[in-house]
Design a protein around this ligand. Sequence first.
Ligand code: HEM
Length: 548
Amino acid sequence: MHSPLPVHLLCFAIASHLLIFKRFAVLDFGLAVILLVGLPGVFLAGASKLGVLELGLRVVFECYIQYYSFLALSIISYRLSPFHRLHSFPGPLICRVTNLWIAYIAFTGRHHQYLSELHRKYGDFVRVGPEELSIGTVDGIVDVLGIGGLPKGKFYDSIKNKEGPKSLNVLPPEEHAKRRRLWNRGMNSESLTEYEIMITRRATQLMERLSKDDGPINIIKWLDYFSFDFVGDMAFGGGFELLEAGCDKEGIVQIMEIFMVAGFTIAHVPWLGQAIGYIPFTSGPMQKLRDFGTRIATARVEEGSSKKDLWYHLTDEAGLEKEKPLKEEAVSDGTLAINAGADTTARAIAFLLFLLLDDPIHMVRVRAEINSVFIKGENVLNTSKYTSLTYLEACINETLRLYPPVPTNGTRKVQEGSGGRVVAGRFIPEGTEILIAPYVLHRNPKYFAPHTDDFWPDRWLVSTSTTGVIGEEKVLNMNAFIPFSYGPQNCAGRNLARLEIRMIICLLLSQFEVSLAENFDKAAWLDSFCDYFVMRATKPLDVVLKKL
Ligand code: HEM
């Protein structure tokens, strides 16, 4: 019995890599599996027919092993070679070889820090995967995210509903612009006034719940419940009632957390995501969320509503569009409101509260400002006075700068066949996935200085033009501040989020004296900040509340 011919097999593996896998099979797991099983079989059949080798179990086994080894060798050599289209961009060797590494980093929750370190080491353009670049200069924002920028990349492919209707955030530009009109109506100032009533009701309920506990409480849990209840009211006219239950009774908050870790990890390796999709129970959590959305949307349709909630706008109940949106699309977008609007806002409030408690100077200033704008006994939820809360606004900006709730965001793609694009003055070849991470820009002293890594709200005050140190100028590049992303696909709910944050902080501080629990480990809490697309502190934020 002859063994397979290594040189021939090596040539066959290189040819199949360059002619087939590199061009056609990169994103389709099913096709890749068929090719991986089929191609060595073709080689064996050919070699046997030519009488070069005699088929046997051992020969077949060796042939398959050698083929896979040679194929891996060919792929790695190509990715490291000067022939690769991203060869001129610097980056760690392991990232050039495989995106399994960055997927592992994402799984650890340290993606944001890793990217920041890479940019400090390699500069504005870093190759973070075989076909992925991270761009850390403000000059790239308009080219990538602005009007006429780049379409969304593989991250969004991995999260979109393959069979059913797509939500706003994964639509191609033209469809997106049409659907975004509904969202823009649902988020204009008239709509926000409607939602204020809903926020007030839930914020009041939150305060009542908080006043029932006198021991330390994990305020993150309650902020999450507030946020889910409110977004449920706004999108579907109700449905969660987590504040009432005092627990995550349907497991929705937990489902979202699991989904975010799994989704953010596998988004870096699309074929892995597809492979996992073949395992029956893995799509369960997302399906449960969609089913939940469908259930509460159906109830909303049956019961109707006297309020102009988001559903009213997403289904175009006012009849302003030429074509009526499909109910399924509205369900998908209502579910997106929950995905995009609940935990992001709750986490922003939690981090702001922590930063105010971390250094009492800030807390004292915010309290003094609230007390000066609202005279004793006045309703602190009178939002018409919020423009006077300039220090609070500065604290919110500074929180969103240091701890952006979406720290690194998803990729955009230079389309295959487009001939490439110039981004921030550099030519980027077609097929490249590009990441512009808010966390990277926000922590760059070129754009925010001094105290780049510290909470310094004064940087946002117009009155602070210098740093207090002679010769040291304040640097504040507003263009580099993108917690809500930028351009036509920026955050549809940014004004709503700011409104919620201000209302909750004003109400909380006007009703309670807040302090961190005894022996609270501040450093450990901050260190538990993880990036799973939406940020999360994995440790509880234990505070003690005393009614004022
Ligand atoms: C502090 C809170 C929030 C932050 C930091 C935030 C941040 C972001 C970011 C960075 C994006 C772009 C994501 C991407 O490119 O894939 C985004 C998109 C989006 N956000 Fe927010 N968001 C917040 C709150 C909200 C709220 C309260 C809502 C409303 C329910 C909302 C609704 C949306 C929607 C619908 C999109 C998709 C927009 C589109 O694709 O056109 N967000 N958000």
